[in-house]
Design a protein around this ligand. Structure first.
Ligand code: HEM
Length: 267
């Protein structure tokens, strides 16, 4: 994280100045006089902050795996899992917004939508979802470039199988040299190796279970989001231009780490 300040200069530092509260609390700018719009803005901004933290932790975990510091990787992955739990729980707050309350200011959003969340697309890319079309649809050029670069780089799964290979697991070499910008759908030979890892137990099996937690956490978020959308706008199309619930429901069962699900019925 960049810090342009001199860390030894603490003169006059207060709670408010350390946290830049003047700036932070000035960033909620409703576009209507509707009471409920503040909640809508606050909750989206909170999500974006958690997205930022998830990106930081996942990149940190990947760095730790590359350095073969598995304890550190596990610690960071566990943090991601807890953040996802909060992300899911936060939907409860937004569900207190009734359809009529939302309709009172929805037109002020124009065509803006969570569909345009660059950090969400970056998270998906880090988790291995290779969908360049969604990156192309981001309105901001700089954000598009960041997401495109992430789509070209190794995913969390790539980092994990490299780490397993360094630990001596027989990961098929074609997976270690594959074009990481391509979608990965799972590999039966790797699944045999993963089964052995689970049967042996220990640290590697535990890290794989943390990935399952994360995968399930993202799916839980998708489910809670789409039900919240359905109860708030019904079958109306989205402000981002999609069919709304129908579009969102299509990704409900998308798993991030297909091998870890494929082996469940053989355990
Ligand atoms: C009343 C609240 C909300 C409604 C009605 C709503 C509605 C929608 C709809 C209809 C879409 C599909 C794209 C479109 O056509 O706009 C969408 C996508 C999305 N929304 Fe929301 N949303 C709400 C709250 C949130 C919140 C709090 C977040 C948190 C950041 C969020 C994040 C996203 C993301 C990341 C997508 C893209 C999902 C994907 O492409 O798989 N939404 N939302």
């Amino acid at each position: 994280m960049s810090n342009e300040r001199d860390p030894s200069d603490t003169k006059g530092l207060t709670y408010a100045s350390y946290l830049a509260l003047d700036e932070l609390l000035g960033l909620q700018r409703p576009r209507s006089d509707e009471h409920d719009e503040l909640l809508f803005i606050t909750i989206h901004q909170t999500y974006e902050l958690w997205f930022k933290q998830i990106l930081h932790e996942v990149r940190g975990a990947m760095g730790a795996l590359a350095a073969n510091e598995s304890w550190r990787a596990s610690h960071r992955l566990s943090r991601v899992r807890h953040i996802l739990k909060i992300a899911v729980a936060q939907v409860d707050i937004l569900e207190t917004l009734t359809p009529l309350e939302f309709a009172a200011f929805r037109s002020r959003l124009a065509t803006s939508s969570g569909f345009e969340s660059a950090q969400f697309r970056e998270i998906e890319a880090l988790f291995g979802i290779r969908n360049a079309r969604l990156a192309d649809l981001l309105p901001d050029e700089k954000a598009r470039e960041v997401v495109r670069a992430t789509l070209q780089a190794p995913s969390l799964w790539d980092a994990t199988i490299h780490w397993l290979s360094v630990r001596g697991c027989a990961v098929p070499s074609r997976l270690l040299t594959r074009d990481v910008s391509e979608s990965y759908e799972g590999d039966e030979e790797l699944q045999e190796v993963l089964l052995e890892i689970y049967r042996a137990g220990g640290e590697a099996a535990s890290i794989l279970e943390q990935l399952v937690d994360i995968d399930e956490g993202v799916q839980e978020w998708r489910y809670r989001h789409v039900k919240m959308v359905e109860r708030t706008i019904g079958r109306k199309s989205g402000t981002g231009g999609s069919t709304g619930v129908e579009y969102l429901a299509a990704s409900l069962r998308r798993s991030l780490f297909p091998d870890l699900w494929a082996i469940r019925d053989r355990m």
